[in-house]
Every structure is written in C-alpha cells, then in structure tokens.
Unconditional design. Structure first.
Length: 700
C-alpha cells in the first residue's frame, strides 16, 4: 500500500503537533506532499571540515570540529548573551547565543568533541558563530553524509524553535523511509524518454539527498521541467477552451472604411511588422473565436495605426469599437490623432474621461446605445456601468500593464457576447515572462521601427556637468527643437520629490528666462485641465521646455521634441527610463537622452545607466530589468503571485521553459482532451493539481 501524500504532516515520524503547527504557519507545509515539494535553496559540502585558522572573513557557512572549553555570559542592552569558547588544535573562536541559553548551557558538555556548522562572523578580532548547529562528533559520524547536503528554506522563528536544517533533513529522511521513496510518475513515458528525464522518484530523492552532482542536476532539470510543463499546459488549455467555448463576432469582410483608408489616407507605408501583425489580427477577427491578443511593440513602433486599422475592420462589419488608455492625457492624444482620420472617413468618434461634462456624458451614453457613435476613446471611465454599447465588437486597451485582468473582463460584460480584445503594451515583456504570464493570450510583436528613425543618442552626465547640459539645451532650442526635463515622482517621498521638481523648475526658469524662452510645467498635483493646457502648449510648440514629473511617461507624442533630460536618473527603473526616452526620437531630427545623476550610485543603478547608454532595444532592456528586479516587480504586485515557482527560475531557466512550452503544445495538439492512454498520467496529474490548489496555485 502506498502512503497517501495528502496525509497531514502531523502524522510523520519526528513531527508531532507542535512542529506541525510551525511547519504550517512558517512554511505552508500541511501535507506530506508539501514537504516533498520543499526544495532546497542550495547545497553545501558537509564532508569538508575547516580548521579555525583557515577561516576567512567572508560570512561563509562552514563546518568545524573542536571542543567547548567554557561558557561566559555577557550583559547586553536587553538580557544577556551566552558565549562558549570553542577550540581546535589551531585557534579558538566563539559560539554565541542570544536566546535559549538555559537549554544550551544544560545540554552542551565542556570538553567533548563537537562538530559545529553555521555562518561565521568576524567581530572584534575574533571569529564567532551565532546560533551554530551542533552535533557530538560521535553522533555526527554515524549520520549519512554527502558532498551536497541540502539546505532548506527556513525562517527565524523556525530556527528559534529548534527546527534547524538538520531537523528538517531528518524528517525529510523519515518521509522517504515511510513512503519507501516511491512516488507516482507525473510525466508521460514518451516525454521522459525523449528528454532522458529521471523518474519522479529518483528526481525527488536526488534533489533532497543527491548521490552525486550529475544526478543532482538531472533531478533539478526534471523537477523544473515538470513545474513549467504543467503551468504551460494549464495556460494553453485555458486558451484552447476559451477559443472553443467563447464564440466571437465574426468580422468576415474588409469593407469601405478599411479599403478607402488604406488606398487614400494611410499617412505612410506600413512597416513589415505592422503588416504582419494586422494579418494576425485580421485572422483572429475573421475566425469565429473571440480574440484575446497582446500586441507588444516598443515605443514608437507604430501601434496606434494598427489599432486604428483594426477598428476599421470592426466598423466595416457594423460594430462599435473602443480604445481605452490609462491616463487622460493619453486618451486626449489618441482622440486628437484619430479624429483627423475619422473626419476624412465620416466616422463618428467621441472621448469620455473623468473630466467629461455631464451633458457630454449624456450625449455619449445616448449615442452609444442607439448606435450612432462608432468609436469611443477614453480612460477607466469607459468601464462605468452607465456606459452601454449597442454592439461593441472590439475593445482595444493601450498600455496593458496598468490594467489588470479584472478590468479586461469588465469590458466583456458590456455585451451579450464578449467583444474581441486587443491589449497593446509598450513595455516589452521578455518572451519568457510573457509565455508564463500571458500564455493564455495570443501574442503579436511589432519588432521593427518605421524607417528613417535615427537612433537616440544617450549619455550619462553627473550633476556637476549641469552647465554644459544647459548649454547643449540652449543650442538645441536655437535650432527650433523642444526639450523635456523629467523629475522622479515616487510615492513614498512625494513631498521631497515635489520640492526637487520645484527647485529644478526655478533653476531652469533662471537659466532660460522669459521672454526668450517659454517653459511648461506638468505634475501630478495639478488639475487635469491645467495639465492638458500645459501639454497642449508644449505640443503646439508654444513652449520650449517641458518640466515634468513622470506623468508624461506614457505615450505622449511631440515629434519636435528632441532632447529628454532625466533628473536623478538613478532613481528610475529601467523600463521607466526606456519609456521616457521613447518620448523623443519621434521626428526626423537627431534626438538625445541625457541621464543626470549624482556621483553616488549603487551597482544596480550603474547597470541600469550603462544598459540605457548601450542599448535602445526595448526587449534587451527588459531582459536586463528582469534580471535586476525579478519577475514579481516587473509585473507589479497584481500579477507577482502568478510566478510563485517552487523550483524553476523564470530568468535562469528560460531554456527549460521553452522546452516545457514546446512539449505542452505538442501534447495538446495531438490530444487536446488528454484522452489517449499514454497521456493518462498527465491528465491525472493535471486533475490532482487543480484539486489541491495549495500545491499548485500559480494561476488565478
Ligand atoms: P507607439 O507604438 O509607441 O504607440 P505610435 O503609434 O505613437 O507608436 O507611433 C509613433 C510615431 O510613428 C507616430 O508619429 C506615427 O505616426 C509614426 N508611424 C507609425 N507607423 C509608421 C510607419 N510605418 N512609417 C512611418 N511613421 C510611422
Ligand atoms: Mg502608443
């Protein structure tokens, strides 16, 4: 009889009710299964013993054999600490305890030989080891030892309560004894053979008790593959189910609006990437499944025109369309851009934002419901319950990362059938991340900029070079160019940031006095109407310099602006810097981005600045960003839970992810319902996972 892995952890030998409570609360371990899936953070070599005189001042974790020669207590601010002198044949060091002193004192014996293990500190001329793991040398020698001993994730509370790594390893050992180390296979034979994967049982054993380095790496590969495989399987299945269950409107014709626009009004030749993406969208809209597509394209790659032409496909088939943007400024800009094109084609278009007047709203509501209004542009205001379409066929969301999945689904509910959805993002999401997070969306990429764009020259300058930067700005203004100067606005330090902005504005006003120079300022504390007014003045070329906080971050288009000065650039994230830089380089002129910083820079800041100076490729920048920050931060807290991986690492295990996706796709292509006998293990595992969500709760 095999042991049921859903057995509560309390029943495992060596656990008991107290430890079970701690394992539950500290590590989320409820069952046997949870314990096996507690994967080591790293491995250490427990066959190596150090002499005290070999220790280095490096905070490493080491193992030393010696004897305790005596105890001392030292008073400190609160309570006291217990110190043991520990000696081998070379030197002495100190073992230190801040808690549990009575018990330590009573259980440790002076003069006996111990093996100690832990992190070493160098403190006032001596090595010390706080809260070491200790074992009598005689006992130590009886234990299983390997060159790669697993070190498990832990918490302070666990170690305070005596659940040391040794204890965890011991109960893990008990689990393997009790289950005889036999675990149900979870990957089909054909995949296992093709990838030469270890069996599940061998993989689990070797990840916890590696027999040798080779088996450890094969074990890790197998388990990472499995983890990523099932995530991909789930995402792809979701997508398939979605496509088969949710019928979309069929836009089966390309009609007058599209054709006339294409023939007579297209302002430029489309890039090949734009054409390809339009084809992909056209294919989705023409099939009878609902489109759920993510359009990725670097800043300036020309997503707007693709959006507009997709809208025309909707209008040609008698549907209404909407375009939603995250800010008022952006919505207005889209509206201003599109209304010109719409006028040529006799298309009705309106804009709805938080600051729309009641009378305007009433009109919009009415004309939406009776179908007179064909295109609606706007902010979150579009999601309000009062906004009802007669027949919304396509909803486009610009700058996806600011809208959550919830909001996407809110758009669906505006109709009897869900409209087609196109989400556009200018934050290039590295492929790996997109695959794991947006695996349920189809992805299109515009990976080519319109011709004739000159790459933006990016430089890093220290604050003490400001006068030269001012001089450069003056030269550019003399050539008729416009300039952005951007200050950080980070919520926690809003007051300080605001002061920085105002100080900056003052010094720029002094350097660039009226009437020769005109300066605009835009920041978050201004009323929307004032912001718009200032933005408008700048866009019309009435001001030379736009001093702003990051409110201009997204999407603003002023082709004559050719210089972007970013103040305190070290405080911005990479993707933000890249977005900001994308505000220039939109016209025919050579553009520049100047990153201003102080001399005090962290290593990460240096990497960010160097990356910006070196590269203008949004995807490359996004990869660096992912490495620096980790996936959680990039996706925002909203989605970080999605990537709660147990063993795989989205950045380091990119290749395994690709393989996992490939195999998940092939399996489902061959056998979408997982009905074949050879896929039975996959189906079973998949069902198990959905049942015990505490184990595999990656996907919302
Ligand atoms: P983004 O992808 O950042 O939203 P936009 O759609 O705002 O980019 O396009 C940036 C600029 O490039 C706009 O001024 C737009 O008119 C122009 N543009 C877009 N596509 C092309 C093209 N194929 N050829 C030339 N210019 C283009
Ligand atoms: Mg845009």
């Amino acid at each position: 009889m095999s042991v049921n892995l859903q057995t509560p952890i309390d029943y495992l030998k060596g656990v008991g009710p107290n430890r079970a409570d701690l394992l539950r609360s500290e590590l989320g371990i409820h069952t046997y299964q949870d314990l096996i899936n507690l994967f080591p953070n790293r491995y250490i070599d427990r066959t190596k013993y150090y002499k005290i005189n070999e220790l280095q001042r490096n905070n490493a974790e080491v193992q030393v054999i010696g004897v305790i020669t005596g105890f001392r207590e030292v008073a400190q601010k609160r309570g006291k600490r217990l110190i043991a002198d520990f000696k081998d044949d070379t030197e002495t060091m100190e073992l230190v305890w801040f808690r549990g002193q009575k018990w330590i004192r009573e259980s440790l014996k002076i003069g006996k030989s111990y093996v100690i293990f832990g992190k070493i500190n160098w403190y006032s001329g001596k090595f010390s080891m706080p809260h070491p793991e200790l074992e009598l040398q005689s006992e130590h020698e009886n234990n299983l030892r390997s060159t790669m001993q697993a070190i498990y994730p832990s918490t302070e509370k666990l170690s305070n309560k005596g659940i040391s790594n040794r204890v965890v390893a011991k109960i893990m050992q008990n689990l393997f004894l009790e289950t005889k180390g036999k675990f149900a296979e979870t990957i089909s034979n054909s995949i296992r053979e093709e990838l030469k994967l270890l069996s599940k049982s061998d993989a689990l054993f070797n990840v916890h008790f590696p027999k040798n380095p080779d088996l450890l790496s094969r074990a890790q590969f197998r388990l990472k593959f499995e983890e990523l495989f099932y995530i991909q399987l789930q995402l792809i299945l979701k997508n398939l189910i979605h496509k088969s269950k949710i019928k979309g409107f069929v836009f089966d014709k390309i009609g007058d609006y599209f054709n006339t626009f294409y023939k007579d009004h297209l302002p430029f030749e489309l890039t090949n990437a734009q054409k390809r993406v339009l084809k992909e969208i056209r294919h989705d809209l023409g099939s009878n499944a609902q489109m759920n597509r993510l359009l990725q394209g670097d800043v300036g790659s020309g997503k707007t025109i693709v959006a507009f032409m997709s809208i025309l496909m909707g209008l040609d088939n008698g549907f209404q369309c909407c375009l939603m943007a995250p800010t008022e400024i952006l919505s207005v800009q889209h509206y201003n851009g599109l209304i010109k094109l719409c006028n040529k084609l006799n298309i009705s278009i309106s804009i709805l934002t938080g600051s729309s007047k009641t009378s305007e709203r009433r009109d919009i509501h009415k004309n939406l419901e009776n179908g007179n209004l064909q295109i609606l542009i706007g902010t979150h205001a579009l999601l309000e319950d009062k906004v009802k379409f007669k027949n919304l066929g396509l909803a486009i969301i610009d700058e996806q990362h600011r809208f959550g999945v919830k909001q996407r689904s809110k758009l669906w509910k505006k109709n009897t059938s869900p409209p087609h959805i196109l989400v556009m993002t200018a934050t290039p999401i590295p492929r790996t991340l997109a695959m794991s997070v947006y695996g349920d969306l189809d992805i299109s990429v515009i990976d080519e900029l319109p011709e004739g764009r000159k790459p933006i020259k990016t430089v890093h300058r220290y604050d003490n070079n400001r006068l030269k930067v001012f001089k450069f700005m003056k030269d550019e203004i003399a050539k008729g160019r416009q300039i952005y100067v951007v200050y950080p606005l980070i919520q926690e330090s809003e007051k300080m940031d605001y002061k920085d902005l105002m100080d900056g504005y003052e010094s720029i006003s002094r350097e660039f006095p009226m009437p020769n120079y005109q300066i605009s300022i835009v920041h978050g504390k201004m009323k929307a109407t004032d912001k718009d007014y200032e933005m408008q003045r700048f866009a019309e070329g009435k001001t030379n310099i736009m001093v702003a906080t990051t409110v201009i971050e997204v999407g603003v288009n002023v082709p004559n602006a050719s210089v972007m000065v970013i103040e305190s650039a070290e405080r911005f994230g990479l993707s933000q810097l890249h977005q900001l830089r994308g505000r220039v380089g939109r016209g025919a002129e050579q553009s520049y981005c100047i990153l201003m910083t102080s001399h005090k820079l962290s290593n990460d800041s240096k990497t960010r600045l160097e990356t910006m100076v070196r590269s203008s490729d949004g995807f490359e920048i996004a990869e660096v960003d992912l490495k620096l920050r980790g996936p959680g931060d990039i996706m925002g807290t909203q989605q970080s839970g999605v990537l709660n991986l147990r063993i795989a690492d989205i950045v380091k295990d990119k290749d395994i992810l690709e393989q996992a996706r490939y195999f998940a796709k092939s399996v489902l292509k061959l056998d979408p319902s997982l009905a074949l006998p050879e896929h039975k293990v996959i189906l079973n595992t998949y069902r198990q996972m959905s049942k015990y969500r505490n184990i595999w709760n990656y996907i919302s």
